[in-house]
Design a protein around this ligand. Sequence first.
Ligand code: NAD
Length: 289
Amino acid sequence: MTRIAFIGLGNMGGGMAANLAKAGHDVRAFDLSAEALARAEAAGCLVADSAAAAADGAEAVVTMLPAGRHVAEVYETIFAGLPAGALLIDCSTIDVATSRAVAEAAQARGLAAVDAPVSGGIAAATAGTLTFMVGGSEDAFARSQPVLAAMGKAVIHAGANGAGQAAKICNNMILGATMIATCEAFALADKLGLDAQAFYDIASVSSGQSWSMTSYCPVPGVGPTTPADKDYQGGFATALMLKDLRLAMAAAKDAGADVPMGSRAAERYEAFAAAGNEGLDFSAIIRSL
Ligand code: NAD
């Protein structure tokens, strides 16, 4: 049993903290939301009245927060109460620069830190089947593994600090671009008089195949059951896809990388979200074509 502080008990963090408690860890939880705290308590966590109180004396701290500034703010309040060598595991999706900066700040205080963003949505967080992509030293990665394994099905070492975030945004940049490419191919096929099911049957076993087509088909009634079959409710919200694409564009700018397809995907998702579609699953972008 490890004494773990869990900070950020929202859509994702709520289920993750519950799975750590279920695995027998001593979980001290904190969130700004009283409702989230009540849910964590019902799931077997001890609730704290501040992030600092949750982290006081913890061996490991897991954060699942909206953005980099939240992680940086929370880290500043908890550093002082952590024992030497405590491990910070940030599972939030945040910008690479902040991720590296907070890890350096932690290491300068004699703490260990990894970034461990996730693939898989709310259902996977609840079921404990997330995939974690981890950035940090070999030693910190090894120490993070048993904690992350209680919340996921795969824990993969991506490289040094920040590499987990890099893997996450590069993966989701592919996803944004392939989803739009898949949607526009279905739209063109339709205009050419080609039946959507017939096109799926062909493209899904041809070189146009991708996860966006065969696991997450954006056309209702075609392929496996996806958010398209539920009027694009649930799934991975357009707002979250846009967040990840913005992070990818910022990282590309900092790194001087040329990302023509990713930047076009970001523009299309900016426009789609601004038209009032932020809450729809990201595959609903087919409606704009
Ligand atoms: P959410 O908004 O539901 O949860 C965030 C929680 O953090 C909220 O409960 C909020 O009250 C809390 N919070 C904010 N500032 C805080 C502070 N200073 N101290 C304590 N608590 C604070 O968001 P989510 O959907 O759970 O996403 C969390 C992270 O996971 C994000 O970085 C997101 O990009 C990433 N992510 C989400 C999904 C998804 O499908 N929702 C999938 C993969 C990754």
